[in-house]
Design a binder for this molecule. Structure first.
Ligand code: HH2
Length: 286
């Protein structure tokens, strides 16, 4: 199992950690912290040092009610950070729904387009189809950030997410985008109540029937706040627990803010799998 991207063919036989860099004034958990390009570049380097296998860089917050920046504004935020990130030796994705931003990002060497709107904006599929092998993450969202949390209703959230993602895969296949370039994401928190999100976790394995790797983003999300009673900045433990559960249920990429903690947790998980090679102990095992 692998993910074909512009510069890297990413082996997904082991779970991968995607570190988040939000170059935004208004992201829900770290808005404004990395709006300055120097701070964002430094943060990207730190995440790679902490063991991130990929970086996801976004210039638009998708939190409920956030304002959508125009193309010039989004690119002004992203460009200096992307140009640096592609020198760090890991695949870089751009978190955008804007086809003009996707094109520019791919031109500066970005490997993956991560689109919470699953390439539904006019022209977005064409950008990916025109590129020989850029990777793409297609995410499910019900509605738009402005209204998505206004009482979302599903007959069967897992079936609806699965059908939507399957349909988007067919659209991309028809446009000539090879399946090996595509990863799928149920979109935790995007037009979903806490119950919907937890149902997606409980029945996550059903999404594996789509035949493509799953990427999941639970990091610091409000369902974890509801479960723990903690604000976004204090959800690291809950986020690690959710990421590990997602991995256990077949996710191949987890999108996280707290890279070091997640990397440690996945190391423990990997070492304890029945088929893992036992690590050699250098000192007395305690
Ligand atoms: N979540 C967020 C943004 N982009 N992309 C994918 N594929 N999956 C996700 O779950 C996902 C995503 C929201 O998190 P964050 O980037 O921290 O916040 P904001 O959108 O406010 O910048």
């Amino acid at each position: 199992m692998h993910w074909q991207t512009s510069r890297f063919r990413l082996d997904l036989t082991q779970p991968r950690v995607m570190g988040i860099v939000n170059v935004t004034p208004d992201s829900f958990s770290d808005g404004g912290r990395y709006l300055d390009p120097a701070a964002a570049r430094q943060h990207a380097e730190r995440l790679v040092d902490e063991g991130a296998d990929l970086l996801d860089i976004g210039g638009e917050s998708t939190r409920p009610g956030a304002r959508t920046p125009d193309t010039a504004e989004e690119l002004a935020r992203l460009r200096p950070v992307l140009v640096h990130a592609v020198t760090l030796g890991v695949p870089v994705s751009v978190d955008t729904s804007n086809p003009d931003v996707m094109r520019e990002a791919l031109d500066v060497g970005v490997d993956i387009v991560n689109d919470v709107r699953a390439l539904q904006r006019p022209g977005a599929v064409d950008v990916l189809a025109a590129h020989p092998q850029a990777g793409v993450c297609l995410m499910h969202m019900r509605g738009e950030p402005g209204d998505m949390q206004q009482d979302p209703v599903y007959a069967d959230v897992v079936a609806e997410v699965r059908d939507f993602l399957g349909e988007r895969c067919r659209v991309l296949a028809a446009a000539g985008v090879a399946g090996e370039r595509i990863v799928l994401d149920p979109g935790i928190g995007f037009g979903k109540t806490a119950e919907h999100n937890l149902t997606l976790m409980a029945r996550q394995r059903e999404l594996l029937a789509l035949g493509r790797p799953l990427l999941i983003g639970w990091s610091r999300k409000s369902t974890l706040g509801r479960l723990t009673g903690r604000p976004a900045g204090e959800r690291v433990h809950a986020s690690v627990a959710a990421a590990l559960m997602a991995v256990e249920r077949g996710a191949r990429v987890v999108r996280v803010h707290d890279v070091a903690a997640t990397v440690d947790a996945i190391k423990v998980w990997q070492a304890a799998r029945p088929f893992a090679v036992a690590p050699t102990m250098q000192e007395t095992d305690r």
